[in-house]
Design a protein around this ligand. Structure first.
Ligand SMILES: NC(=O)C1=CN([C@@H]2O[C@H](COP(=O)(O)OP(=O)(O)OC[C@H]3O[C@@H](n4cnc5c(N)ncnc54)[C@H](OP(=O)(O)O)[C@@H]3O)[C@@H](O)[C@H]2O)C=CC1
Ligand SMILES: CC(=O)N[C@@H](CCC(=O)OP(=O)(O)O)C(=O)O
Length: 344
């Protein structure tokens, strides 16, 4: 299979190259860039020497049509100007950005501050959370790959809301990310001297992933959520931890909550439910496509603490995108993704 990656020089693009290089069904990886052409990507990134021989190419629709799968790992507002012209022309399309995730264009514009994608393209896009949308993903032309924070948050909350074990009208999530979540463009917040030995909260009550999480909960459980959601930057490269707090509903017990998660994900290769782990950390999934989840009921407050960890570049971006590609193309869902986390 011939793969194209637009935004290949970005962090999501580089992670796609890392996974797809050894994928059993991928024969060619073509890399596209808006800023540099006719140079080897390995001139920019030495770790790719002898791995990717193709030069960076300009983003041309006719060239992209010749490929089997096209990934976009581009900033918000870019994929919406490229992918609609490719729908129905041949390649399967997988967008890592938020451009096709939000169904209501006014909500997209309000939270992303970009012009929304054409409505018909958004309506064709399938939200690529494989543990919840597998049949739709298998028949999709365009996948809206979920955001990193929504992946961690939704996988942990959805089964508990769906089974009526927690109250979705009072959800609180405190999420933390490594700095690669911000991409390869440096900013004041990600400058080493301000990141190192520091811990910041950012986009307070205003993160663009809030409508994505609420929309998905409502679509998949038919229950209307209300979420307070905040994000923090941790001085590490990879990893997301999402810690959510919710009141128990219908007298739910610890055993019921843990069983609901275990039952829901029993056949899902990338979700692991843990019991009684006194310590839970991002390194237990580092470099892998796993999402690890644990729920602990607090009988004193009658609330549950629900924690999940992912690698933002893997299950939060490129790993999940390849999982979606596998489903779209009828491959084993785990092809190319059978990676043991890099704990040490
Ligand atoms: N980093 C993460 O953990 C996650 C990121 N995402 C989302 O995935 C997308 C990619 O993220 P990430 O890889 O981190 O971002 P980066 O900023 O690291 O890379 C984005 C790449 O997009 C290309 N690009 C920039 N502007 C344009 C343009 N106008 N037209 C075409 N290409 C452009 C650039 O490459 P070039 O100059 O060569 O064209 C750049 O390297 C973003 O939308 C991000 O929000 C989603 C989940 C997690
Ligand atoms: C650490 C950090 O800055 N993370 C980014 C994640 C960006 C992202 O994934 O954005 P979309 O899903 O909307 O494309 C942020 O919080 O905005």
């Amino acid at each position: 299979m011939k793969i194209g990656i637009i935004g290949a020089t970005g962090y999501g693009g580089l992670e796609l190259i890392r996974i797809l290089h050894t994928h059993p069904h991928v024969t060619e990886i073509h890399v596209f860039s808006s800023s540099e052409q006719d140079i080897q990507i390995s001139n920019k990134y030495a770790h790719l020497v002898n791995i990717i021989d193709h030069s960076l190419q300009p983003i041309e629709i006719d060239r992209l049509k010749e490929l089997n799968v096209v990934f976009t790992g581009t900033p918000a507002g870019v994929a919406s100007t490229i992918l609609p012209a490719l729908i129905g022309t041949g390649p399967k399309l997988i967008d890592l950005s938020g451009d096709f995730r939000i169904q209501d264009p006014a909500i997209y514009e309000a939270w992303y501050n970009h012009k929304p994608a054409p409505t018909d393209a958004v309506q064709k896009a399938i939200y690529g959370l494989p543990e919840w949308n597998k049949p739709q993903i298998q028949n999709a032309e365009l996948i809206a790959n979920p955001g990193c924070y929504p992946t961690a948050t939704l996988l942990s909350l959805l089964p508990l809301i769906k089974e009526g074990l927690i109250d979705p009208s009072q959800l609180y999530t405190d999420a933390k990310s490594g700095v690669s979540g911000a991409g390869n463009k440096p900013s004041q917040l990600t400058h080493y001297s301000e990141l190192n030995e520091n811990f910041s909260i950012y986009k307070i009550n205003a993160h663009q992933h809030i409508p994505e999480i609420e929309q998905t909960i409502e679509t998949l459980t038919t229950k209307k959520p209300l979420l307070t959601f905040n994000t923090h930057l941790v001085p590490m490269t990879r990893g997301i931890m999402a810690t959510s707090y919710a009141p128990l509903a219908n007298g739910a017990t610890q055993q019921q909550l843990t069983e609901a998660l275990k039952t829901r994900y029993a056949n899902e290769p990338f979700v692991r439910i843990h019991d009684n782990k006194p310590v839970f950390s991002t390194k237990q999934v580092y470099g892998s496509n796993y999402c690890d989840i644990q729920v602990v009921v607090d009988p004193r407050t009658n609330r549950a603490t629900i924690v999940s960890v992912i690698d933002n570049l893997m299950k939060g971006a490129a790993g999940q995108a390849v999982q979606n590609m596998n489903l779209l193309c009828g491959f084993d869902e785990t092809a190319g993704l059978d990676l043991v986390p890099l704990m040490i």
